[in-house]
Design a protein around this ligand. Structure first.
Ligand code: SAM
Length: 299
């Protein structure tokens, strides 16, 4: 994905595939399994629709374009071609904004890009996001699964008294949602200082300046990690396995109620991640699979 704040001197490429308007939703659903799922663009006047992906590495974008075309063919049996073109800055800035729309992750949680107008209905929880350079627009299945688990846990009696630790906070999306769900304390950490900065900016966009401490922490570092009763870690499987001891130790079990949400895991990696955490004394309570991404709730 190409964030809006990327410097002007970097060349951005767009892969664009024309698709029948009536097939757009099915095709996007099928493409949700891609590492970076593409977005879409529609011309409401002409009825034209495209599936689009962006990148700064032209070869890598060709690969993604080929994958988009293969997936589309597997859905409708037709040959599809995605054209790659180099964009001028003003083009891709607008394209990016068209790519990231309002997302209703659950009946309650909605993600709003800060440049889109939206009127929330009563009881709806809206998280305003400007993703900057960081992961976490709410489009990705791993983020969505974490949001679903956080919402589900929030309705368990007494669970809102928890301190939530968001490991690998990216844009801060999970921390902000957790705060809005009503968890009593929330802290977010990422090993990338840029993500910490973006998270702080997003807290501000949500009127939560200084309400959620965000800081740098590396789950693979030797120092003990900050602790909380609810820990959510949407990081790659290999990192979750590597850091299983440290992440497991970051779950404070002293209150009697605790939870660990693990995400960022491909379906075929899930059993290995699960085994690493069962070895640390956790039990699997539930899992959610969206596309090829599988996330788990452990107690
Ligand atoms: C898949 S993104 C998740 C972002 C956000 N929490 C979400 O759910 O959309 C993973 C995040 O973990 C961070 N990360 C990767 N390795 C890490 C590590 N060893 N320690 C801490 N954070 C890490 C990345 O910088 C990235 O922001």
């Amino acid at each position: 994905m190409i964030p809006p704040s990327i410097p002007t001197d970097i060349q951005v490429f767009r892969a664009r595939m024309a698709v029948p308007r009536e097939e757009l939703d099915d095709l996007l659903d099928a493409m949700a399994i891609m590492d970076e799922a593409p977005g879409s663009w529609e011309n409401v006047d002409t009825g034209e629709a495209w599936i689009e992906a962006f990148g700064i590495d032209e070869d890598e974008l060709y690969e993604r374009a080929r994958e988009m075309a293969d997936i589309a063919e597997s859905v409708d049996g037709r040959i599809h071609v995605a054209q790659i073109e180099a964009l001028a800055r003003e083009d891709w800035t607008e394209s990016w904004k068209k790519f990231f729309h309002i997302i209703h992750v659950t009946d309650k949680i909605t993600i709003r890009p800060i440049w889109e107008e939206y009127e929330a209905s009563e009881g709806e929880l809206v998280v305003d996001i400007e993703p900057g350079m960081s992961f976490g627009t709410g489009i990705h299945p791993t983020t969505q699964s974490c949001l679903k688990f956080l919402e589900q846990l929030s309705s368990v009696g007494g669970m809102l008294d928890s301190k939530v630790i968001d490991m690998g906070c990216g844009s801060g999306i999970l921390s902000i949602a957790a705060h809005k769900l009503g968890y009593s304390e929330v802290e977010g950490y990422d090993y990338d200082p840029a993500a910490v900065k973006v998270s702080k900016g997003n807290a501000e966009h949500n009127g939560l300046t200084n309400k959620i401490p965000f800081d740098v922490a590396d789950v693979t570092a030797p120092e003990p990690l900050p602790r909380g009763n609810v820990v959510v870690a949407n990081i790659l499987a290999v990192v979750l396995i590597d850091a299983a001891k440290a992440i497991a130790a970051s779950v404070d079990k002293s209150k009697g109620q605790h939870a660990l949400i693990l995400s960022g895991i491909l379906e075929n990696q899930y059993e290995d991640v699960k085994a690493a955490y069962l070895a640390e004394g956790f039990v699997e309570k539930q899992s959610i699979q969206i596309g090829e991404w599988k996330s788990g709730l452990f107690l």
